[in-house]
Design a binder for this molecule. Structure first.
Ligand code: DP6
Length: 343
């Protein structure tokens, strides 16, 4: 149970209710790609991810009658108009709590946003936990996962730490994430986010997956092979079989990208640097076991074991197209924090 308010119990309505939460990003090992219900964000397939300890978003939300309108400042920038869904999410939580006060939201991530680096996952998980606490809602982790899902699908997985499965469910109330294994289960697993370009991605995952579902002739193949991938990944995580987990994650990501590339018009997130990293990882595999995965952007995430982390980061940093690497171990789920981002 995540106590809404936690160490920051909300004050009486009208005096302002404020809370801060932090959430880590997660990277999917078996991807979520495609919605069967776009309004409720119900996915066509279940997915499995690792919560990443080095990619965090911190968000403070305050509801107060002193605010005339909802405002949000994300990484020092006033909210972009295409991020209206942040305000929709606040409205959803306000409705659940039965309050009317407008909100001030300030959010900071320690990694580049909107470049296929799962910023919406940590962003909406932190927003959900902070806003629920500020609004005085007492929600279980399962309930927080259901609410976070409605902001951004992948965010439902960032409520939990370690290795996590989002079960697609049959309706909104049973489509939520659950932990498969805690962060200490497989301490040696590393996910190295390799940044090739800090620019915003061209096609959002939201519109990209919608277009794929509607137009790719390969989407059926994606769905018909997903249960096998999920089963294989659960087993690989339980038995800590790195070869099985890495090769399956790589294969699953390539299958997802094939559905994107065969949608109309085609969506190709890869840049020359993306392909350079993919090729290098495959070549290095002879003496350094590593695997890649990519999401809705040009950046590549490279998986390895702790013993190879230093050498792999060194090799990655020597590639032409690589700007930066961020190395992540399995991390914690989201939590309420005492340190507000504004007074
Ligand atoms: C490729 O969760 O960002 O990263 O639900 O529309 O907000 P919305 O999409 P989002 O999609 C993530 C897609 C992915 C794969 C994954 O994280 O499982």
């Amino acid at each position: 149970m995540v106590e809404a308010g936690g160490s920051n119990p909300p004050g009486p309505i009208g005096d302002g209710m404020k809370a801060t939460a932090k959430a880590n990003a997660n990277i999917a090992l078996v991807k979520y790609w495609g919605k069967r219900d776009e309004a409720l964000i119900l996915p066509h397939n279940s997915s499995i991810s690792m919560t990443c300890d080095a990619m965090e978003t911190v968000t403070t939300v305050e509801f107060s009658e002193n605010y005339d309108t909802d405002t949000a400042i994300i990484n020092d920038e006033e909210l972009h108009s295409d991020q209206k869904r942040v305000y929709d999410h606040i409205s959803l939580i306000r409705k659940m709590a039965g309050i009317k006060e407008k909100a001030k939201i300030v959010s900071e991530s320690n990694f580049p946003v909107a470049a296929g680096l799962a910023s919406s996952a940590s962003g909406f998980a932190a927003l959900t936990v902070a806003a629920a606490a500020a609004a005085g809602l007492k929600l279980s982790e399962k309930e927080l996962s259901i609410v976070a899902r409605q902001g951004s699908g992948s965010a439902c997985r960032s409520i939990f730490g370690g290795f996590v499965e989002w079960k697609k469910g049959t309706k909104s109330s049973d489509s939520y994430a659950e932990q498969i294994a805690g962060k200490d289960h497989w301490k040696d697993f590393r996910m190295i986010a390799t940044i090739v370009k800090e620019a915003r991605k061209a096609v959002s995952s939201r519109s990209g997956m919608s277009q794929t579902v509607k137009t790719s002739p390969y989407y059926g193949g994606w769905l018909s092979s997903i249960e096998e991938d999920l089963k294989g990944m659960r087993e690989a995580i339980r038995s800590k079989n790195f070869t099985a987990a890495g090769s399956l994650a790589e294969y699953n990501a390539l299958k997802m990208h094939c559905t994107m590339m065969t949608s109309k018009p085609p969506i190709i997130y890869w840049t020359p640097a993306t392909v350079e990293i993919m090729n290098a990882v495959r070549e290095w595999r002879q003496d350094l076991e590593s695997y890649f995965t990519m999401d809705a952007g040009p950046n590549v995430k490279v998986m390895c074991l702790k013993k190879d982390e230093k050498e792999l980061r060194q090799r990655l940093s020597e590639l032409d197209g690589v700007v930066k690497t961020i190395s992540c171990a399995p991390g914690d789920g989201s939590s309420v924090s005492k340190n507000h981002l504004f007074d």
